[in-house]
Design a protein around this ligand. Structure first.
Ligand code: MG
Ligand code: MG
Ligand code: MG
Length: 312
């Protein structure tokens, strides 16, 4: 065990998980502590676009940690979406904007706010600690806010996210909207991905009353194009359901232009999804109008759907 603090987000990392890990590790370093950022999986194309634009290196891959390792969790507080060995780590701090599902044996410094992006909270921590945000760090944090809020259109987006993004774009020296659409568009390219890769780009597992629910999400500017690959995507989902004993798998294709989502729902508990959204799946699919957020719209509806059934 070293004095080093490992900083990381969630598995299948998105832009916020990478950007907030980088900016948190930098904040620790700038305030005299020894910390490094890590990634818990492959970098997606959107994040790569951000890293390339701001000339930043991708963090090193971390697949497991030793007992008692010092860690800071950013953009996640659920062990099911974290690194192997997290149960026995020493969690120094959590900075997150998701539901809390954290159980520790020791007291923990936890900053959780219902804002659109963990990087929005990080921005405030930089201000509190009076640490300068460099243009490159600002660019990464800005990318995270654009990504997580789908350019401010997600219901998770708050005024704080908008104001912070404006400030960060000035520090980074870029045009927020020009850059933002290029960033989001970069993340939609799945042309060279296998169906298995597509369903794992941004996949999260949730346990609720013994049920395993997986919600996987991709962004698209051409949803019909994605649905041309529906048969092979369904095959990949079925294989994952079998291998990982998943009860309900929801594959969400979010239209970044229309701010809607079309889903493919599979598993032996699709009834939960139908009840949650008062909808009937036709050929395993339906359109969810105005739905773009997993954490605020899709997951809560599904969890309530399960709870209602249990009460009956
Ligand atoms: Mg995230
Ligand atoms: Mg986030
Ligand atoms: Mg996300």
């Amino acid at each position: 065990m070293t004095d080093k603090t490992y900083v990381f987000g969630h598995t299948n990392p998105d832009t916020d998980s990478i950007a907030s890990a980088i900016s948190m590790a930098n904040l620790q370093t700038q305030t005299g502590r020894y910390a490094e950022s890590y990634r818990l999986g492959n970098i997606n194309k959107e994040t790569k676009y951000a890293l390339d634009t701001f000339n930043m290196q991708e963090p090193e891959l971390l697949s497991k940690i030793e007992d008692h390792t010092n860690v800071i969790m950013v953009d996640n507080n659920e062990f099911s979406q974290s690194v192997n060995g997290i149960e026995n780590a020493h969690i120094q701090m959590v900075v997150d904007h998701h539901r809390l599902n954290l159980h520790t044996s020791e007291p923990v410094y936890c900053i959780a706010e219902p804002v659109g992006c963990a990087s929005t909270i990080l921005y405030k921590l930089y201000r509190q600690e009076d640490v300068t945000i460099t243009p490159r760090i600002a660019g990464m944090m800005l990318s995270a806010i654009i990504s997580d809020t789908l350019m401010f259109r997600s219901p998770t987006c708050t005024d704080q996210d908008r104001i912070t993004a404006e400030k960060l774009s000035k520090i980074a020296g870029i045009n927020l909207y020009d850059y933002g659409y290029k960033l989001l568009e970069a993340g939609t390219d799945i042309s060279d991905c296998t169906a298995e890769e597509i369903i794992n780009i941004d996949s999260k597992d949730f346990m609720h009353h013994e049920l395993k629910i997986t919600i996987s999400q991709i962004n698209s500017s051409n949803v019909d194009e994605v649905f041309k690959r529906k048969p092979e995507i369904e095959k990949a989902i079925e294989a994952k359901i079998k291998k990982e004993n998943i009860d309900l798998f929801v594959f969400v294709v979010t239209d970044i232009l229309e701010a809607n989502s079309r889903v493919i729902v599979l598993g032996n508990r699709t009834d939960i999804f139908e009840r949650a959204f008062h909808t009937e799946l036709i050929a395993n699919t339906t359109l969810l109008k105005g739905v773009v957020s997993r954490k605020k719209q899709i997951l809560p509806a599904i969890l309530q759907g399960i709870d209602q059934k249990i009460e009956l």
